[in-house]
Design a protein around this ligand. Sequence first.
Ligand code: ADP
Length: 479
Amino acid sequence: MTNDKEPLFDSKDELGGEFSREWKAISLSGPWDEVLGWSLDELLQTPFYKIIHPDDLRAAIDGSIDHHEKSHFKSVENRIRCKNGSYKNIWWHFYIDVDSKRIFVTAQDITNLKLEKFLAQRSQQVAHIGSWFLNYSDLQIYWTAETYELFGVHPNNFTPNIENVFSFYNPEDTEFLKEHYSALAKDGQNVDRDVKIRKPNGESVLLRLTVRVLRDNGKVAGLYGTVQDISVEKEINRRLVQAKEEAELATRIKSDFLANISHEIRTPMNSIIGMAELLGETSLDEEQRQYSDVLSRASGNLLRILNDVLDLAKLEANQLKFENIAFNIHEIIHGCAELVKHQLEEKNLELEIAIAASAPAIMYGDPSRIQQVLNNLLANAIKFTDQGKIVIRAFKSDQPRLITFEVIDSGIGIPAASLPHLFRRFYQVDSSTSRKYTGTGLGLSICKELIEKMGGQIEVKSTEGQGSTFRFTLPMSAR
Ligand code: ADP
């Protein structure tokens, strides 16, 4: 029936013998001692009925009693006690010879076979997987117990055949399966399909149906496969998708809110900064000037944080738009330097700008976003450096049509263990509340996202105590 060539029994394991009608062995052949643990002598001296399982004894004796006039064959299965007390399932075939009043026996140890059957049945029950076989030569269909269970029918009142098996499926699946079946001889394909069936009690179940084609010498010999109840799995998946969609919606609402509120705060914030600046231009005494300076600095810092939060929200909501215009690299870099002139002076740090001749003077892209990244890196470089110098470099990359920018400092550096996390949102090397340096941990993650959205990449190299190099690469022309 199948083309599986592995034999169920090895002929060398075949047990044989000659018995009296009282189940006493007269001669034995084959590895009885290996199977049962008793020596051949012990087995020849002990009548077998003493080691047959008590529950099987009746059937064994009935089986060997000759009710017929003529010699004939008989088969019986029973459990035989081994020397160690365990039982083996033995399948006996007798030839009862009326003339000699002897029983000629061949037997097989089917213990493992029974165990395999038991395990296959239980595994199918546990996993809710049934299997089936269709013999192509006689169109007989075999279902395992779990297949009957899944289709909601009982073997006593339902016999699957090539017509009635289709009645469980919905019209679309029925059509598909019938087509597959009729194309079988020509080009029988394997099938993996989720189908909906209706049990006789009206209940609908989702099954994953697999169909495999069994061939013998190239010809279709049968079909076999499995049916698996996937209703629970589908329901879990549906809930996961729903939960994911709800979470995404919640994040979008949160990002939109963040974007709106940051925008709303920015307008009054700009007024405060403007007013503080105007106030600084009026005639103030020493104490008043100190107050107005604090006001200017604090409101400037607040605006920077606000801008970061706004960018973050826009990045999350995918709302950030990028320009693609021509601009001059020298202007951008010198513009950044101009912005930090006072901070450099305050910390007594030198700034070196090195734009290589290989770098194009004009490139295409979003100058304000590139400037934002450079400002951020430069601000960090100044913040984390107490002495030495800061260098901004720009040069043509090794790879074609890419330009590289570097911001190098001689500051505190970054511990090797922190480097892999540096571009993560909110990450700070020192995040304790008592830390020396202020900040939100947003700057670098925003830089990374902006650069990647502009088609580039950013990386960092650093040695603790010696300084850091932030390097990013961008296409010279965005499109
Ligand atoms: P923050 O607002 O905390 O500066 P960033 O995202 O810009 O946030 O930086 C994250 C962390 O990376 C900083 O808190 C700091 O620990 C480290 N870092 C960034 N730039 C430098 C630098 N140039 N030198 C040393 N550490 C740095």
